[in-house]
Structures are given as structure tokens and as C-alpha cells.
Write a protein that binds this ligand. Sequence first.
Ligand code: NAI
Ligand code: ENO
Length: 308
Amino acid sequence: MSEPLFQRLTLIGIGLIGSSIARAVKARGLAGHVIIADQSEVSLRRAEDLGLGDRYCLDAGEAADGADLVILCTPVGASGAVAKWIAPSLKAGAILSDVGSTKAKVVKDVRPHVPANVHFIAGHPIAGTEQSGPDAGFATLFENRWCILTPDQAEQDAQAIERLSAFWRGMGSNVDVMDPDHHDRVLAIVSHLPHLIAYNIVGTADDLETVTKSEVIKYSASGFRDFTRLAASDPTMWRDVCLHNKDAILEMLGRFSEDLAALQRAVRWGDGDQLFELFTRTRGIRRSIIEAGQETDAPDFGRPHKKD
Ligand SMILES: NC(=O)C1=CN([C@@H]2O[C@H](COP(=O)(O)OP(=O)(O)OC[C@H]3O[C@@H](n4cnc5c(N)ncnc54)[C@H](O)[C@@H]3O)[C@@H](O)[C@H]2O)C=CC1
Ligand SMILES: O=C(O)C(=O)Cc1ccc(O)cc1
């Protein structure tokens, strides 16, 4: 057997993403020793029952002590505080990363706490589900998905970026490197806005006085059901995403609202040509995604282009 990429891996937060990393690392032999930390005793005990790691700690600082790679897998709102807590325990030469859905604010919150001899490289696997907690993870989650790294000190961390990229490739992902602000604008439109729209439409249906709750459940067509899946996503995680990526989300929401108003006008004035033109254009985008191998007929997210 070849040497694992990292001798000691620490995962802080053992929910959907942390536990998926733990499972993938175990299945693929990517780390010698896996240490798991979580602030929830229940999740930590569950992780132990599932055999996700080699050691379990309530104290993230203790867990990070001596690790070669530490990955923050908590909601983004906790990143800064956790980084501050573990900073004194990080060993020289260690890599610190994260999996948060937003990047610029994570870098802003974490960077000030990172010792000069530690490589901090923020990251985001574009893979997930609406589920959360240690039971929700699975070893194949990252296979054939993108992972975006957003280093803010790319030149001095070049070797560490390559090691971290190899780690994600080892879990089956394709890796892209991007500026944190650009990441946040792209993800605002392809991920954050769709979740907000889903939360909103399901909330609106729930509030309607003229349609009963039981009718919403009974007659929900598959389009509405797709929205309810996204709208079942973790409230803490998505509250934090909205608070963190406020500017990009507001920018995309502004644009979205303008386009929705145009659509509303086309419906009001019976402008069939405009409706037909838009629906034809968007159908083409779906077809391009399927042709690029990023989507099957089932709901899916972020699958990279198939290699020839
Ligand atoms: N759920 C998804 O589909 C995806 C989520 N992400 C990102 O991954 C991160 C984790 O998300 P999930 O695994 O879905 O969440 P989750 O809710 O399943 O797990 C988060 C875990 O972090 C723990 N935690 C929270 N604050 C903590 C703290 N201060 N110290 C130690 N542990 C703490 C919680 O107890 C929980 O076990 C988030 O930043 C999210 O934006 C990224 C890609 C996809
Ligand atoms: O469940 C879905 O459809 C998702 O969109 C999963 C997801 C959620 C958040 C991310 O930052 C990346 C992927």
C-alpha cells in the first residue's frame, strides 16, 4: 500500500460534508489517522458509533493539535471563531482548509487567526444534498464533482495547494482554483439564489389563504416537489450563507427580480412570443448541461464535464 497523502487529518464538524470526507478518506486510504471534532456530543457519539474516525474530541483545539491537514466542516458563520480557537494548536507546515459554501467572508474571518507558518487554503466542494448530520454523508459524494479552491496567498502556498488538490482528486473530484469574490458571484446565481427561490415559493404556498395546506401536499406536481427538496435544506447553514454572501446575493436577486417583472408583464399582456422565446432559450441550457454530462434526468448538482 502506498503512503497516505496526509498522516493526520482533523475534521471539525461531522455533519453531511465532514462525514462524507471521513467516509471517502477511509474508503480510499487518503489519511493515516482521522481525528473528529464537533461541538455536539450527540453528533460526536454518532460519528463514533458509525466508526468514522480514529479519535473523537469535543475540543477542536485538542483535535487540531499535530494534524497535517485540518478541514473546517462547520456552518460558515462558525469558521472565524473555530479558527481562532484552534490557531495555537496548529503545527508548523500544516494545511488549514474549509468546505464552506461562501468564500470571501470565510477568508476574511479566518485569515487573521492563521499563524504565519500554516498554509490556509479555503475550499468548497460543489456537492451536497438537502440532508445534514453524520448519518447523511456517503463516501461517493465528491466523485465526479467539482471542488473549488480559493487561495488568497496562492504564490507562497503553491505546494500546499497542489497537496490539497491531490487530496480532493483522491476523493474523485475535479479541482478548480478561483478568486474568492468570483466564487461568491458564481455560486450566488447557481446555488444560493435557487435555494432562496425554493424557500420563498414553498413559504408562499404555505401562506396562501385560498389553497389549503393539504391541497398543496396532495396536488404538488414534480416541479413544486423539486423546490420542496431544496427548501428542506439546513436552516442554520443557509442563514449563514445569506449573511455571508449578502452583496453577491443581493446583486443576483436584483437582476432576477427585474427579469421576473418582465416575465410578469409578458403574462399580463399575453405576449406569447416573449414567453416562447425565453422558454426555448432555457430549454437549450438544460440540454447543454445534459450533453456536457453534468446532469441525468434525476435532480443533481455540479457534476463536472465528462472526460473524453
Ligand atoms: N450541505 C451541503 O449540501 C453542502 C454544504 N457545504 C458547506 O459545508 C459546511 C457544513 O455543512 P453540512 O455538513 O451540510 O452541515 P451539517 O449541519 O450537516 O454539519 C455541521 C456540523 O458542524 C457542527 N458545528 C457547528 N458549529 C460548530 C463549532 N463551532 N465547532 C464544532 N462543530 C460545530 C455541527 O454540530 C454539525 O455537526 C457548511 O459550511 C456548508 O456551507 C458545502 C457543500 C455542500
Ligand atoms: O442539494 C442540492 O441540490 C445542493 O445544491 C447541494 C449543495 C448545497 C450547498 C453547496 O454549497 C453545494 C451543494
